[in-house]
Ligand binder design. Sequence first.
Ligand code: GDP
Ligand code: MG
Length: 441
Amino acid sequence: TLSDRLTSVLKNLRGKGKLSDADIDATCREIRIALLEADVALPVVRSFIAQIKERAKGAEVSQALNPAQQVVKIVNEELVAILGGETRRLNLAKTPPTVIMLAGLQGAGKTTLAGKLAKHLAGQNHTPLLVACDLQRPNAVNQLQVVGQRAGVPVFAPEPGNGVGDPVAVARLAIEEARKSQHDLVIVDTAGRLGVDEELMKQAADIRDAVQPDEVLFVVDAMIGQDAVSTATAFQEGVGFTGVVLTKLDGDARGGAALSVREVTGQPIMYASNGEKLEDFDVFHPDRMASRILGMGDVLTLIEQAEQVFDAQEAEKQAQKLGAGELTLEDFLQQMMAVRKMGPIANLLGMLPGAGQMKDAIAQVDEKQLDRVQAIIRGMTPAERADPKIINASRRQRIAKGSGVAISEINNLVNRFFDAKKMMQQMAGRFGIGGGSATRG
Ligand code: GDP
Ligand code: MG
């Protein structure tokens, strides 16, 4: 994954001033591979990376993030922006019914989606009517009827006198029916073909002309990868659409199709389908898709949290103190609180790449123990925190009483603190950190 490959780049120290061109190039190279692996179309990758480089070159170096993390953050922000930023709401007709037409290849998931969308909108106080305009496949009408029944939404289907054999007539009659029966919303399911062909486009365009839809949703299987671009282009030219629905996101597709379709057609992705069941449906979340495409999972969350909490200047001071052997219990308390502000330690560890292998260790993190350590330090006076050497027997007794722990726990903490301090001094000596002349990058 990208996070694995970025590990070497991520080893860089925090920079100064501007991000270096080398940092940006190295990180962009990895991002480019990640995008291609996610099935983003090559021309889209190219223009996207060019844009990222532009922006990264002008960016101030963050105090909280290293250069690679910072580029990843920029990439993520741009990705979210391109994927649509805020989710667009459905275009409703001024005079009901609002007509939503579904278009896409056979097997894309139109009929399944019709039911999901109907249920979703019914839950928002709409009164949808499903319309069966796929008269191509023998079982298609029945399939929609089953879906409608599950969703609790009525289905308008062809029957004698109801435009049998002619999807355009069915569509027209359905709109009349919706007006009569006060449905404020009509969802028109249409036929697809296995590939793009002229007959399919003509039929879809005829239905479109007959019902004058407020939205045409292009339904596309996220698993078709690179083909999404040519299919989307064909549908845009042949029928035109106002929004995109991605289906089969429960599969292992990384979702680069989303980025490509969005970029190439300029139309927003509005809904996501992630399973065969009616409930497997969501409005589209650009941020979730961005992290899926990047394959960074929760690393992005971690970057965000690190930025919120991490005060680089403070850390710098700490590193100096640490090297000089001046670390105090007060510093320790502050750092511990800063880390814990990000959430339970086990969760934080769980977000790191490779957390799977550390499952057992993570499960053993005892938050209660950490609470007690904090309580002990809080029970100390500033002088004691600054110089734990002065904590004699009577002071230990007072702290134990004040923080509600046994004296042995205080002994433990103080001893471990001295051990850690000694070890850090040794390490600092070996790596030449601290003592006024810090070495960097
Ligand atoms: P249509 O030809 O475009 O109407 O596609 P269908 O709605 O009939 O779906 C084709 C197949 O894909 C069916 O077997 C559906 O159960 C399945 N399907 C549809 N949407 C999803 C989805 O989001 N995830 C998964 N795993 N399967 C889906
Ligand atoms: Mg269908």
